[in-house]
Structure formats: structure tokens, C-alpha cells
Write a protein that binds this ligand. Structure first.
Ligand SMILES: [Zn+2]
Length: 275
């Protein structure tokens, strides 16, 4: 695994009151020159820097020295070799493909009477059939995953554990076009190992509506002791948006099954097991 920071080191030069003084703008330009071999967009000074090079520390220092002028958008990316992915026992489910739900038909429960959406989905998804054509698995704009009818059959055939299938219908004629995949039971809390914290709570009932997203230099972590509790299809008990999006973790068996079906846009990341 190699971890990279994606970060734009340009400073605010326009908007009052955060316009950076001239000398800080110059510092950012100097820093950019030092890091230029990691530039991916010169105009905006966007960098993709490995976290184990000295330039990474320079960037983080610059960011902490001038928090009022520098970007708060810190994104970490983990790149894995084919071998690491092939050998992983469990992987974080990710897909480059996305289907947009025909949204006013999707309803979620609220946390309490005066509260906000808390993400318990109360009806089937409706999609535009064309968007899912020729796909095996796809993410959605509400962070759930859909699989094809063929994939559902194959996942059942290979006896993938802890999975349920919820029908997804086409917007035009209510034809069955895919299945949403969900878990039967959730994992125990992984918060202590991943420091997700609380992003949003309901002011009225106190329910946690959202934890912070996993965007750290370290990969997604699970204690080794938990491995025996993992099924083929798993979801975190923590949620990461007010629509209660979760992280889904799949076993090697489920990953291979999706690969046999030729799911091209899977970009799963190995889970790190810790002592
Ligand atoms: Zn509430």
C-alpha cells in the first residue's frame, strides 16, 4: 500500500476577509516549486504527494502555520498493488460506477419528530433503467449499492452470508431492474479503531446522525479479534451521512464472485487488521 495526500496548496487570493497577504502567497508558490514533481494540476497547484517523502511534512506544516488561508480539504488516497488486493481477506467495497436514484421516490425516516433524516430507508429504490444497463454492481448517490439480477443469482448460488436483496424498479414501468444489497446484521462499533468521531447529532433527541468520513493517512482498520465475526457481506454500525450511509466490507469470496461476473468498476481496498 502506498498512501498519497491530494492537496491544493494555493492560498486564498480573492475573497475578503481571508485574502492571504502577498508574502504568504509567495510562500505557497515557493512550496509549490519544491513539490512540483508531485503536481497534477499546475494552474491550481494541486498536488498528489506520497506521505513518506519530506515534501509531505512541508505541506502539512504550511497548512498548520496558515490555517486561515490554506485549504481545509485534505484527501488521502491509498493505492494497492494487484497482489495486495487479490490476497486481501476482506475489502472495503467501492465502485467507480454510480447510479442516480429517481429521488423524490426515496424516503427515509427521521430520527425524531422534530429531527432530521436518520436514514432508515422506507421504500424501494427507483432508477432509470438505462443507467444500470450492463452493470454488475454500482454505487448510488445515497451511498447504497445495487447489483444486477444475474449478480443476485450468482451471490445466492455461492451462498454469500449476511446479505439481503431489495428489489429496485425502473421509473417508467416499475419493471424489476436490479437489487439493492443490504446486510442482515451490522458490525459492532469500529469507531475506537478509526477515530471517526461525531460529525452531526440531532439537537432534539441527541441521536448521532453522522460520523466523520474515513479520510486519514491510515487505512480502514479492524481488530484481528473481530475477523471471526465478519461475514461475506458486512456494514459498519456507524453512519457517514444524514442518509445513514455505511461502509460495506466484503469477503474475498464475495470479491471473487463479483470478479467472475466481470464487475469492471470495482475499486475495493484491503482492510487492515490490527492487534
Ligand atoms: Zn432527533
Amino acid at each position: 500500500m502506498k498512501t498519497f495526500l491530494r492537496y491544493d496548496i494555493s492560498v486564498q487570493t480573492k475573497q475578503y476577509p481571508f485574502k492571504a497577504p502577498r508574502e504568504i502567497e509567495e510562500l505557497s508558490q515557493e512550496l509549490f516549486l519544491k513539490c512540483s514533481k508531485y503536481s497534477i494540476v499546475d494552474q491550481t497547484m494541486l498536488l498528489l504527494v506520497p506521505i513518506d517523502v519530506p515534501e509531505y511534512n512541508l505541506i502539512m506544516k504550511f497548512k498548520s502555520d496558515y490555517p486561515e488561508y490554506t485549504s481545509k480539504l485534505v484527501i488521502y488516497e491509498h493505492k494497492y498493488s494487484k497482489k495486495e488486493i487479490e490476497e486481501a481477506e476482506f475489502l472495503l467495497l467501492k465502485s467507480k460506477s454510480m447510479v442516480i436514484l429517481q429521488n423524490n421516490k426515496v424516503r427515509f425516516e427521521k430520527c425524531c419528530e422534530k429531527g432530521k433524516f436518520s436514514g432508515k430507508q422506507i421504500n424501494s429504490f427507483i432508477i432509470n433503467k438505462n443507467q444500470f444497463q450492463n452493470k454488475v454492481i454500482s454505487g448510488t448517490n445515497v451511498y447504497r449499492y445495487l447489483v444486477s439480477i444475474e449478480a443476485k443469482e450468482k451471490l445466492e448460488e455461492t451462498e454469500i452470508s449476511n446479505i439481503i436483496f431489495i428489489p429496485v424498479y425502473s421509473v417508467n414501468n416499475s419493471e424489476l431492474v436490479a437489487y439493492q444489497i443490504e446486510v442482515q446484521s451490522l458490525l459492532q462499533s469500529l469507531e475506537p479503531y478509526n477515530n471517526w468521531g461525531i460529525y452531526k447529532k440531532c439537537e432534539n433527541c441527541g441521536k448521532i446522525l453522522s460520523n466523520t468520513k474515513h479520510n486519514f493517512p491510515q487505512p480502514f482498520m479492524i481488530p484481528k479479534d473481530y475477523m471471526k465475526d465478519l461475514k461475506d457481506f458486512n456494514a459498519t454500525s456507524e453512519v457517514f451521512t444524514e442518509l445513514a450511509s455505511r461502509y460495506y466490507i466484503i469477503s474475498k469470496k464475495m470479491y471473487k464472485t463479483l470478479q467472475i461476473l466481470n464487475a469492471k468498476k470495482l475499486i475495493c481496498e484491503p482492510i487492515k487488521f490490527i492487534d
